[in-house]
Write a protein that binds this ligand. Structure first.
Ligand SMILES: Cc1ncc(COP(=O)(O)O)c(C=O)c1O
Length: 467
């Protein structure tokens, strides 16, 4: 169906893709051909007409799309917490699409279901969840929400039937936690005022003493605490909240303890950083995004739970009249636990990548990113024009460029510099800010293609623009 009538187009398409990807090997290829939205609207032929167009025109549109899309696989893309994608994950993505299964039941996705289950088993072993459960889902944000769902259901399972009923449920995260927790409390009817932000140190780590203080305070105010989320690998600074201290507090107040390891979970694979997650086995649940450090392509996300069946207990409802039948493989159906009905196969991307590298290769893969982080950190420290904002704990290097002209305001100077860098097109590196208003570059090591040579080139160009 796909190919018999379209073989010529397919061959042309593979050439276009190959040319595009080859561009990533040249450090002079722009990471982005920056155009403001109003201009890009004119360049792209967005209109949809009464009459269709042929494949020649379709291929032209694809080439234009590629030209104006950010090259996230380019080694000079160090902006977001995902970059590039392994060749094996590309194969996985293609095969998922060709079979176009939905993960709802074993019956329609037999091989994919077993592969996803195997990944969950392996990841749970790494955490230390020996009787664990889990599911893949559409992003770390949704994994955090589903964890909260489990926490709420464990606190009071009748909420599933009766709703929140005015219970003033509350949740504790650090002020450096990902904004997905805000989305989760909005969506679950808990409310933003009940997401209680705990103080973080300058390096981004949650202050456990403030956590306990805020739990007591909220109890005194008549609220009902249900969950603490420790972020392991904060989005901006890569800090790891103190799992053990937070677990002790969770035990004392009988709260669900979730670890958001969407970004930092790759430390599970690292020889150098594995110890940071040594206590994660004590927490109740764990978010992990393989599409971040492991380069498996958006989306490859997991929610893992210490005990099996927690997700389905919180989330099941309906579907048995037409979808979830009683049959010999019914126990393998993942749809009852899932947030979605139709669910894409994401497991192949990670499974094939992991198969190709083996356990040892996965460890080396992550530890190479750690080494590059150390390299850039040392370069920043030794350069008098640069200032390290805080000592990196993970793969985030946060630094400021110091203006030669001392009358310039340093925060605005760094923002201006960053946008000049983006518009020049060679590099994409993000900036961020602290609650105290300090603004800085955030260079993240997630792109396996970025080498020491690219780091040197980045610093050279940045300082040239700064001059
Ligand atoms: C710590 C943390 N948690 C959760 C998320 C959300 O993950 P996703 O983008 O897969 O929804 C992110 C995204 O960067 C993150 O950094």
């Amino acid at each position: 169906m796909f190919f018999n009538e379209n073989l010529e187009t397919w061959n042309d398409l593979t050439k276009i893709i190959q040319n595009y990807v080859n561009g990533n090997y040249d450090k002079l290829t722009p990471v982005v051909n920056y155009e403001p939205a109003t201009k890009l609207k004119e360049i792209l032929d967005l209109k949809l007409s009464d009459d269709g167009v042929g494949h020649k025109k379709i291929l032209q549109e694809i080439e234009k799309y590629l030209k104006y899309s950010v090259r996230t696989s380019h080694p000079q893309f160090n902006n977001q917490l995902h970059a590039g994608a392994s060749f094996e994950s590309l194969m996985g993505e293609l095969i998922s699409f060709v079979t176009n299964a939905t993960m709802a039941t074993f019956e329609v996705a037999p091989a994919a279901t077993l592969i996803e289950a195997k990944l969950i088993e392996e990841l749970n072993e790494k955490i230390g969840y020996h009787d664990g459960g889990g599911i893949m889902l559409t992003g770390g944000s949704n994994a955090n929400m589903l964890a909260l769902h489990c926490a709420r259901n464990t606190h009071a399972s009748d909420i599933k039937y009766k709703g929140n009923r005015g219970l003033d449920l509350c949740v504790f995260v650090s002020e450096e936690a990902h904004y997905s927790f805000k989305k989760a409390v909005i969506l679950m009817g808990i409310g933003l005022d009940n997401l209680i932000l705990v103080k973080a140190e300058k390096n981004g780590r949650m202050v456990s003493a403030d956590l306990e203080h805020k739990i007591i305070e909220s109890g005194d105010a008549g609220k009902t605490p249900i969950m603490i989320a420790s972020t392991c690998g904060t989005t901006v600074k890569g800090a790891f909240d103190p799992i053990e201290e937070n677990q002790a507090i969770a035990d004392k107040y009988n709260l669900w303890h979730h670890v958001d390891g969407a970004w930092g979970g790759a430390a599970l694979f690292s020889k150098k950083l594995g110890h940071k997650l040594a206590a994660a086995y004590r927490a109740d649940s764990f978010t992990f995004d393989a599409h971040k450090v492991l380069g498996t392509g958006i989306i490859t996300s997991f929610l893992l739970t210490k005990r099996e069946g927690m997700i389905a207990a919180a989330n099941s409802g309906g579907g048995s009249e037409y979808l979830f039948h009683q049959y010999e493989n019914a126990d393998y159906d993942t749809g009852k636990a899932s947030l979605q009905c139709g669910r894409k196969v994401d497991a192949l991307k990670l499974w094939l990548s992991w198969k190709a590298l083996g356990h040892r290769g996965m460890t080396e893969y992550v530890d190479k990113q750690v080494e590059k982080t150390e390299y850039l950190t040392a370069k920043v420290v030794e350069n008098p024009r640069l200032r390290l904002v805080s000592e990196p704990e993970y793969l985030n290097v946060c630094f400021q460029v110091i203006p030669n002209n001392k009358s310039l305001e340093i925060n605005q100077y760094n923002i201006d510099l960053r946008f000049k860098l983006v518009k020049a097109g060679r590099f994409l590196v993000n900036y961020s800010s602290d609650p105290d208003g300090e603004i800085y570059f955030r260079f993240v090591f997630v792109n396996s293609a970025t080498s020491r040579e690219h780091i040197d080139y980045f610093l050279e160009e940045l300082l040239k623009i700064a001059e």
